[in-house]
Design a protein around this ligand. Structure first.
Ligand code: HEC
Length: 204
């Protein structure tokens, strides 16, 4: 028995020793190399600036490329009234999911402004169903999410531009949902709604 155990212990000791050696080899040298931060002065780079203008023809790997409308929600200094991305069911579904995560806590799931944080004392935002906000453009919603609004902080660092457009599109859909008219529905949906209503009336 004894003869058998010794090699196991030896092997264990060897593993521990090797691990120790490996760890001893770890330094922070790689992480702490000199580097130039954005906007920092640099004597090496042209113009002495750490932030260079991308060379002509550079293509951004982000969606939207370097399209300023996509990133600012503005064209010629005015907030855009049209989505700079394609409006699809998928976009609205993504918007609903992101809105429920990032905005509903204050603005409420239907946008009334009575989210849980507000019920716990945070200042109450205006309802998205007020006339003023119903008239507001999709760019206005995107801009508030991007740059913040009064006491509301900005979301640009937490929610990528693509998702802020999805959220803005969803807020416009939310507004429509609370003010939709039966005549706006496709014929077959309207028919089933009417059937439902008459069944309800009959059962009263
Ligand atoms: C922590 C709470 C909170 C969260 C989360 C929040 N908001 Fe707000 N929002 C506010 C408050 C409060 C105001 C009003 C601020 C003021 O008037 O000073 C506001 C204002 C706004 C306005 C402008 C309304 C107006 O009166 O013109 C828009 C648009 C808006 N928020 C969109 C969003 C979107 C989109 C999200 C999610 C990405 C979001 N908010 C997340 C609290 C929040």
């Amino acid at each position: 028995m004894r003869a058998k155990r010794a090699p196991v212990l030896l092997r264990l000791a060897a593993v521990v020793a090797a691990g120790g050696l490996l760890l001893a080899g770890c330094g922070r040298n790689m992480a702490e190399q000199p580097r130039v931060e954005p906007l920092q002065e640099s004597s090496l780079l042209p113009g002495r600036s750490g932030s260079l203008t991308p060379p002509e023809g550079t293509v951004s790997r982000q969606r939207g490329g370097i399209d300023p409308v996509f990133f600012t929600g503005q064209r010629d200094g005015a907030l855009v009234t049209e989505l700079p991305v394609e409006l699809t069911l998928g976009l609205l579904q993504r918007g609903q999911e992101r809105y429920d995560i990032y905005c509903a806590a204050c603005h409420g799931y239907v946008g009334d402004g009575d989210g849980m944080i507000v019920r716990r004392g945070f200042p109450r935002p205006a309802s998205f169903h007020e006339q003023r906000l119903q008239d507001a453009s999709v760019g206005y919603i995107f801009n508030a999410a991007t740059n913040g609004f009064g006491r509301m902080f900005a979301y640009a660092d937490r929610v990528p531009a693509e998702d802020r457009w999805a959220i803005a599109a969803y807020v416009k859909a939310l507004q429509l949902s609370q003010h939709a008219h039966a005549d706006d529905l496709p014929a077959e949906v309207r028919r089933s709604l009417e059937l439902e209503r008459s069944a309800e009336r009959a059962s009263r």
